[in-house]
Design a protein around this ligand. Sequence first.
Ligand code: FE2
Length: 270
Amino acid sequence: MTTGWTRWSECGTAFVNAGFCKVPIGARDELDSVRRAYVSGLRAAMPGGDPGMDDATYLNRFHEFADPAKLNDARVRVIQEQGQSEAVRRAVFRTVAPYLEQLIGPEIAMQRHVNLVIHPPNDTANLLYLHTDAWSGCSPYEVIAWIPLVSVFGTKSMYLCPREKGEKHLEEFKRGLKLANAEELFARVQPDVQPVVADYGEALLFSPTLLHGALENKTDETRTILNVRFKALFSPYGTKALGETFLPVNYLPASELGLAYESKFGVVSG
Ligand SMILES: [Fe+2]
């Protein structure tokens, strides 16, 4: 498919048509090093788990030895330690960089920290109700990289509503359809949602305009996902500003000079 003078890549065409694309991560060594960092962070924050377990087994069986009362504190600690680490952020960026370039171009801003989601089986305390990220102020120009650290399927994963079907629901809401609560909202959209099935080594890149959420994990393995937002450096930011939520991670020489000039002498406006 083409638009204007540009021919979109395969993942670009899928992203436009469905609002998401699932891609294989070429930099598998980078992904392995990221997973190793998160597992060692979790081992330090949450005692338990046989030291001989490989990383996938440790994460899949995390609920068997993790104390539920301490889970959120451990998750927050690991997000602070690993998710804000320059080395980890850089490695996460490299896992999806070739695809980001196809979706948003070479000049890229990355969310300041990488989020870690951990949902043990049968945990109903931290469900992610149906929503779009744009509803909470995220720029519709973002791309969310959703990177499972273990293979995910069914309720071990999240669900999403592909673009065309989702836009029909969004148009209904815009026309004033009133629903009483999150359960009614989900019941309305549920026939059009699909679970994301992904192996470790794959990533989902999706638009913050897509309806998505996560149900109670009814499998016998823990859901462990990284997610982080990217956008073109100079596309609109919504309520999440550059320098606060986002940091530039890749930019070209003219932008280096422009950004340096405006930081010293003020923003040039017309
Ligand atoms: Fe979301």
